[in-house]
Design a protein around this ligand. Structure first.
Ligand SMILES: Nc1ncnc2c1ncn2[C@@H]1O[C@H](COP(=O)(O)OP(=O)(O)O)[C@@H](O)[C@H]1O
Ligand SMILES: [Mg+2]
Length: 249
């Protein structure tokens, strides 16, 4: 396997006495889709927050292309090409769908990127393409707050897609989707993966995990219990027991 694009090494985060993330190592390889699974409270979202600089780690390292990004601001990390979605989506409710996507692009642009008409046209084209791919073109002028639930979830993906980021960290983007939307979501993510995007997907639905994941990292009570081939992880009775809440201790 090629060198990892993003690595975390020995990451630790405590909230008071609670070890939310403990000594976690994880590698995201170029073009590989890793599903991050584990029961509620396992530390999955916290791990994303540590990677993206939304919360500071107590110790450990986050490496992008082998260089440390620990301690960088979320904005800086986004501009380096690490995009994420949030469980609570964090859309601009009163802005239109199109404005939401454009704002995401502007957020990740470097200040010294060329401005002017051609840059603006390129951004507008990226917005329209992201809307098209997420099936939101017809809703482009609707306010985010007026969208249906599934459309809001797709808008959060469109915001990432439009930035052209090479790493996507997706926090339960498919939760609560109906079957039709779920299938659309799977093909959207497949297409991005086929284009070489490196993806880490937090997902509870094991059917979606099976359909999409090249690898699984399994987290429980802040610790990574296993990482590897989806077939092996999903056949491990102990992990599946933990996943479905049959812990014995
Ligand atoms: N900002 C915070 N302050 C205190 N405790 C937190 C905070 N964020 C998460 N936690 C706790 O850390 C643990 C891991 O949470 P989280 O990373 O959200 O888990 P997951 O995403 O796997 O469900 C949980 O016990 C949660 O209550
Ligand atoms: Mg979470």
């Amino acid at each position: 396997m090629s060198a990892p694009l993003l690595s975390v090494r020995g990451l630790d985060k405590k909230f008071g006495g609670l070890a939310a993330v403990q000594q976690v190592d994880m590698d995201l390889h170029p073009g590989v889709l890793t599903a991050l699974v584990g029961p509620n409270g396992a530390g999955k979202t916290t791990l994303f927050n540590l990677i993206t600089g939304n919360i500071p780690a107590d110790s450990g390292e986050v490496l992008l292309d082998g260089a440390s990004i620990r301690g960088r601001s979320p904005h800086h990390i986004a501009r380096l090409g690490v995009a994420r979605s949030f469980q609570d989506l964090r859309l601009f409710a009163r802005m239109t769908v199109r404005e939401n996507v454009l704002a995401a692009i502007e957020h990740t642009a470097w200040l010294w990127q060329p401005g002017g008409r051609s840059a603006r046209r390129a951004r507008e084209a990226a917005v329209e393409q992201a809307l098209e791919r997420t099936g939101l073109t017809a809703q482009a002028n609707a306010r985010a707050m007026d969208l249906a639930y599934a459309e809001r979830k797709f808008l959060s993906v469109a915001r990432i897609l439009a930035t052209g980021s090479r790493i996507w960290l997706l926090d339960e983007p498919a939760s609560g989707l109906d079957l039709h939307s779920r299938a659309r979501f799977v093909s959207l993510v497949r297409q991005a993966a086929a284009e070489g995007v490196t993806i880490c997907l937090i997902e509870h639905n094991l059917d979606i995990v099976t359909e999409l994941a090249d690898r699984i990292a399994f987290l429980d009570r802040g610790a990574k219990l296993a990482e590897g081939d989806p077939q092996d992880i999903l056949r491990d009775p102990e992990l599946i027991g933990i996943y479905f809440g049959e812990r014995r201790t």
